[in-house]
Design a protein around this ligand. Sequence first.
Ligand code: ADP
Ligand code: MG
Length: 337
Amino acid sequence: DEIVHKIAAGEVVVRPANVVKELIENSIDAGAKNISIIVEDGGFSSIVVTDDGCGISKSDFPKVCERFATSKIKAVSDLDSIETFGFRGEALASMSYVSRVEVLSKIESCEHAYKAKYKNGALSSPIQPCGGSQGTSITVSSLFYNAPLRKATLSKPTSEFRRISTIISAYSIEYSDVSFRLSKSAYSVSMSATSSSKEERIASLYGSYHSKHTHSFSISVPTHPSSSSSSSSSSSSMISISGIISLPPSLSKSTSIIFVNGRLVKFDSLHRSIVGVVSTVTQTKHGFFIYISLHLPAGTVDVNVHPTKKDVFIQCEGDVLESVSDELSKLLHGISM
Ligand code: ADP
Ligand code: MG
């Protein structure tokens, strides 16, 4: 049974960058406005994510690393939302099978914080009171200590750190009201995003030359009747699409950052259709930078078909590709290049 859990865990926790993604998503879900990430040895030695979110109550501590235990679903009617927003209660459980997990957390209504350690899906220490400020700090250390082969096949710490930094940069655009700070140790800040607008963050994280060449767009389109789910109210079947595209003359490589319902996803078909539009309109192999944030109705998307490897699954994919292409083509035609 433990072997099965360990294998399942290895599917969710593929590499340090995954761990960071899951931890910062939890911090965002907890309403954090400040998130600090400290990564040692590319995340193989330790990853510490500290936030000022709602915290975890003492009574919830035993459940934190329990498989399929999520606090984010309140009613059965929310079941559709589980997949839509990626709540499946698997991340921390999985981490506890392939690393050492330590949680320190304080909720507002409690005088002090609590801390505990976890192993193989359960508490491995008593829940102890301790000092701490409002929010949660999760430490994941000795990643893949029990899976040396996995560790050996992964990239070097420096390139793993780069992956982590890429993920945090993307999240800092989507959540421009949250401050992010990434460090290699407690004393050196490698990356920080504290400015307020998405455009400013793109310029500071991806190169200031973007600022002169960004164009934003925002549309809302209904899902095609045959592709939408059984939802009855019309407002809940709207797709909202917003984004920022940048085409600095010097750019040769293209980057797409795509969020679906607040989660960074792999969406290759959308990337390919954007490449198509840009090359058709500009008649060149112009590189571009694009950030797109899609909000889709509950029940039409599964952001976790496979947590890490496969593309996001969207029922109304056709509608999304078409709307984005139309909008970008209009936008690009209006830009003199
Ligand atoms: P999920 O996010 O799908 O619920 P996770 O395994 O990522 O599952 O987290 C399990 C649970 O632990 C969450 O539902 C939440 O209750 C709690 N939790 C994890 N991280 C935090 C955090 N940073 N702040 C508050 N609660 C958290
Ligand atoms: Mg989570």
